[in-house]
Design a protein around this ligand. Structure first.
Ligand SMILES: NC(=O)c1ccc[n+]([C@@H]2O[C@H](COP(=O)([O-])OP(=O)(O)OC[C@H]3O[C@@H](n4cnc5c(N)ncnc54)[C@H](OP(=O)(O)O)[C@@H]3O)[C@@H](O)[C@H]2O)c1
Length: 302
């Protein structure tokens, strides 16, 4: 069994829902992120483009800084992940901007907003069709070499892009963030690669995405399984994601969602839930669960 049976589950928190449509107030969001830190979460996923259309970039990054300051603990313990290479335009369109100059400038702005000495993990948000992927990757290497970031990773990447990242970034390359949920298992090969090559795999949209985060509740088989084990469909899913060897980063808007994720890690029957979840979720997905050894933890344990 991976992570959670060893008593050190890796769990992060995603900041997309606190920065987009339907978001809570900045005060509520700061309190929520502080609550996560107080509860022992040491991984926060954000991006410079997590903000509302028409608003200046970096809204979510500023919330992260506010939470780190309010928490008052040792920030070097917290793996803050941010991403660059993507912009949200005032009309709501998202566009890529991952030239070396774009990335360097974006990274410096993120660093400034986060108030850190160096960004623990910086991700290329998405390949930019207008920029050769190798050029964006070389820019990430430079960010590492100049000390602006500690480690780098890529997001929304396929196996060819991961192979290129290994070549260009070497040991600086430590993580991949792709969409992965029962309803989208397309990243199964990339997940398998990460498990086999000691890269962290951070699944986004694990509960179906911020806009449809209640999707687990609509699956009768998940609900039935959850009911049988005295937990919720989201908790079943979270334990399944951990069992898959991923490092989940569920997005949360409400303190109840955060508390429910944390409570899942303490369920006495979590191992059995994860085992039972595999076949149920495979049926929902229409694919088979990968059976490989999980990557060794890169991030501080929760
Ligand atoms: N790299 C990329 O391209 C990319 C793209 C999208 C997202 N991301 C990252 O991945 C993170 C996760 O994805 P996501 O936020 O889009 O979607 P998600 O994690 O699939 O779903 C988030 C929604 O799930 C609900 N939720 C979470 N825990 C719950 C629980 N225990 N019980 C009931 N409901 C629960 C939340 O509801 P409430 O809001 O009501 O609390 C939230 O709105 C993001 O926050 C972001 O950091 C990355």
């Amino acid at each position: 069994m991976p992570s959670h049976t060893a008593g050190t589950p890796r769990l992060g928190v995603g900041t997309f829902p606190v920065s987009g449509l339907g978001r809570p107030s900045a005060e509520q969001a700061t309190a929520l992120l502080t609550r996560a830190l107080d509860a022992g979460i040491r991984l926060i996923d954000t991006a410079d483009s997590y903000h509302l259309p028409g608003e200046s970039e970096g809204y979510a990054e500023r919330l992260v800084l506010a939470a780190l300051e309010r928490w008052g603990g040792d920030v070097t313990e917290v793996a803050v992940i941010t991403k660059g290479g993507r912009r949200l335009l005032p009309d709501g369109t998202r566009v890529s901007a991952a030239s070396p100059l774009d990335l360097e400038q974006a990274c410096r702005r993120s660093l400034d907003r986060l108030g850190l000495d160096a960004i623990p993990l910086y991700l290329l948000h998405r390949p930019d069709p207008a920029v050769p992927y190798a050029e964006s990757l070389r820019a990430l290497a430079t960010l590492c070499d100049t000390g602006l970031v500690e480690r780098v990773g890529i997001s929304n990447a396929d196996l060819d892009q991961i192979a290129l990242a290994h070549d260009i970034l070497g040991e600086r390359f430590t993580a991949v963030q792709n969409e992965y949920s029962p309803w989208n298992r397309a990243a199964e090969p990339e997940l398998r690669h990460c498990l086999e090559h000691d890269l962290e795999f951070l699944p986004w949209g694990g509960f179906g995405g911020a806009e449809s985060g209640s999707r687990p509740d609509t699956e009768p088989a998940l609900r039935e399984l959850a009911e049988r084990h005295g937990c919720t469909p989201h908790q079943v899913l979270l334990l399944w994601l951990l069992e898959q060897g991923t490092c989940p980063i569920p997005g949360v808007r409400r303190p109840e969602s955060l508390d429910s994720c944390l409570a899942a890690l303490a369920l006495p029957n979590r191992q059995q839930i994860a085992i039972d979840a595999a076949s149920v979720i495979d049926r929902i997905s229409g694919v088979s669960t990968v059976s490989t050894t999980p990557a060794s933890p890169t991030f501080p344990a929760h």
